[in-house]
Design a protein. Sequence first.
Length: 175
Amino acid sequence: MAVGLPRQTLLQRLDTAAHEAAPAALAVVLVIASCLPPLVPGQPGLIPSAAPAAVFFWTLYRPRLMSPLAVFGLGLLCDLLAAAPLGLNTLLLLLLHGIVLTQRRVLARQSFLLVWIAFALLATALFAVGWVLHAALAFRVLPVLPPLVELGLVIAVYPAFSWLFVRLERTLQAA
């Protein structure tokens, strides 16, 4: 008979799995919400994508809860919902995930302002790379204003996303 940790019941394993899936599930819900039609008819939707904020936050503070597989699925969902070239957002989010993992030890100890600035710089770089790749795949120069507006919104709303993610993290820790 093996000596070790007591075996978990099925309900305990399901509870653990639900806790570990919560950040990715919240990111999926926020991404789907960002693709909903605008509430006011005739007005363009100005809801920033939560995907970069979610990947950045969870990779920085709880990387086990935002695995590369979850990032891949989130990117694929973004591609499908935005009718973007398949794999574009997936590649960008995986690139963000990898960069944050390499800088995690330094960034995780910084103030919120410095983390926000780091997010803004990474988001700007990724939006630029995304725009160039999208233009190359379309074989034409694409308008710059829509991605710049989305970038500005993503950066401006990061504190709200971060607040929401911190609340979820505290809830998960308390459970």
